[in-house]
Design a protein around this ligand. Sequence first.
Ligand code: PEP
Ligand code: MG
Length: 592
Amino acid sequence: MSTLPKGEKIYHGIAVSAGVCRGKVLVLHRARHIIARREIAPDSVPSEVKRFEHTLVRTRTQIKEVQRRVSENMSDAEGDIFEAHLLMLEDRVVIDEVIRMIREQKVNADFAYHTVADRYIAAMEQVEDDYLRERAADMKDLTGRVLDNLLEVKDAFDLKHLSEPCILVAHDLSPSTTAQLNKQFVLGFATDIGGKTSHTAIMARSLDIPAVVGLHNASDELETGDYALVDGYNGTVVINPTDKTLFEYGQLEKNKASLDEKLREILWLPSVTLDGKAIHLSANIEDQFDVESVLQHGAEGVGLFRTEFLFINRESLPGEEDQYQVYRQVAAALKPQQVIIRTLDLGGDKFASTLQLAKEVNPFLGWRAIRFCLAQPEMFRAQLRAILRASAEGNIKMMYPMISGLDEWNRATTLLEQCKAELRTEKIPFDENLAVGAMIEIPSAALIAEALARRVKFFSIGSNDLIQYTLAADRTNEKVSHLYEPTHPAILRLIKMTVDAAHNHGLWTGVCGEIGGDPVLVPLLIGLGVDELSCAPAGIPEVKYMIRRIKFDEAKALAEFALQCESPWDIYTRCLELARASAPSLFENKTE
Ligand code: PEP
Ligand code: MG
């Protein structure tokens, strides 16, 4: 039952994926870690003990079911992992201790189980024995599952089996959970924390569902079953919307329908400015299933294939053959359009649980992307070989993420050359002229763009990271989102430096970070000389619409103004003025 008053309540956050949806809320992972001690009346003790025992039975059934599924899809050995969970679940010593605590201290079952399990976990973690330490991780996993059941929290496993439409509300959603969402049932989502360019937000745009993040404590206040409206244009979530609000949103839906009509008209037209400057407009994808969307939205191929999503949410890592099949399939489906495959960018906020990597204090500054790959040459070589083999299709390009200096470029090139030599010996075909580029997403790379330009075939600016690393503002942290300014003069200078270095060497530069899909910033990027833009497939029509309504000369004048202006806000305001004046229809649903 909802504890909210019946009236309308509006939560304000950060809009990360456009659109409006309404429906029933489903709250996820709620307060799993905040387990309050509650006194219970003496006559409630037997029912509390029963509740605990029922939970154990329910948990056992769930684990058995997961075990069955895993054994079906993987080997029995993988299914056996769950045997350890079952043994711990049925450990009589733990069960008796929990029941004793409920009876003697007259406390709630979740508090008792949490207290007892935590004691065992702490003891196991202290032992100097790898085996026992691993069992501590199993015990944590199991404890989470039991507490989910005691607290009636839905988990990621259930998410795959939703049977009715809902709006997900959570403290946070990891990119791996977001990757599992079924668009048929998840109408949109809202989270307490997060930033505009976190990978969770990027996934929302890729799924093309409305999303709002940075809502502070919404997941604590909202209840499963509440009725909500998510406004992904303006970053608000309205609970119990009044008839007046619903009427206003009806208008918004009408605006959207008329804009969609305009966008459909230009879907298959070229991406060219009013005065004839062509901009290559491509799409960002996460897997082979996104190809359909690339084709439907009128993109010119793929500017960024984020291959790490092939490694996430799997029980074992994909090998060379698995990857080859995916890359080849994508390239074949989009031929003759180009497909730029970005090598693995795990780390930061994207983790493959199978790898069981130790937690880092600063994951975004740590073992991520090319750094991680160069330290795992076997895994990296499997990917390089898979990409090379798929390049025989003739339309593949490749790029490395997070290049910070020449050494990384040189080491990756050496590995690539070794892989090519092997394939030649094995008489396996590949594209001898495969173009390899560097992503520019660390300030040091932009600052040495001249040196890099003598080695690479193209640049692709990863502005999501370039902004976070230049301004020292975590892209996933809503508390510093006000510092995360794409129009900061420092960012514009780094982009300009990169573009100039590329052009001096006859190369092209793309932008595949989220600013490349923001119609407000598109004229500025074009004015700075960017040759290619790549964004979520669903964002392509709006970007094309904007490109077709501006003049390259206006864009250049805007960039000239921006490069001599000191204020990020003044630059943004000027961008907004030009964008609104050129394509007013794109802004009708935005209130600010
Ligand atoms: C970027 O950093 O802008 C980028 C495109 O890469 P990712 O978002 O995957 O880090
Ligand atoms: Mg990046």
